[in-house]
Design a protein around this ligand. Sequence first.
Ligand code: C5P
Length: 229
Amino acid sequence: MNCFALVPAAGSGARMGAATPKQYLDLLGKPLIWHTLHALSAVPEIARICVVISAGDEWWDSYDWSAFDRLQVLRCGGTSRAESVLNGLQAAEVDDADWALVHDAARPCLDPHMVSAMIAELQDDAVGGILAVPVADTLKRAGVCDRIACTESRDGLWQAQTPQMFRRGALIDAIAAYIGPDITDEASALEKQGHSPQLVMGSPWNIKVTYPQDLKLAALILHGAVVNG
Ligand code: C5P
């Protein structure tokens, strides 16, 4: 196997304010993560999709996942995203040289063609890279009582998305060495080691569902994708 997807899905989704973790919230009649897995399943280069859920997950088994033939469920989620990713990478039965494409369960609007293009761009890269989009808005730094302290330059700033694509062995080493609050994505662990992962143009549609209104936006994006083919 050369490329596999690792989907961290062990979060509680506290910012959604719902009792059900966000990966299982209803999105167009299916749990949110179903759409994420559907998109990854449509990427022919991905040989296996490993989903990391928490050991105490009460929701996963109540759904029928038989439509996804390349799925492997790993019940080893951790207390942070980085820990879930690290545990999942270690548990996945793949080679260290295989490319891991780590993708948030909470990004259900992923375009499979964009993932294929990313794999084509990075498969011979020495480090790997991530989907990201250039920052479009003007950035303000907050001062006291949310008064604006200054305007920050957005020159050269990108917003990180997922998938993030790195060799499995290298990613395990990097996360294990630097795991902590600073490691909010895979690339940041590689950066701490002195590497410069490649920025690959992502899409504004590849949103991460974090707040309740994001769920409505995701439904609109997915519905548009269905209507427009
Ligand atoms: O909370 P946030 O939106 O940053 O989570 C991003 C992804 O990481 C989600 O798919 C979530 O389920 C996952 N996660 C995890 N284990 C944690 C926390 C988050 O797998 N402990």
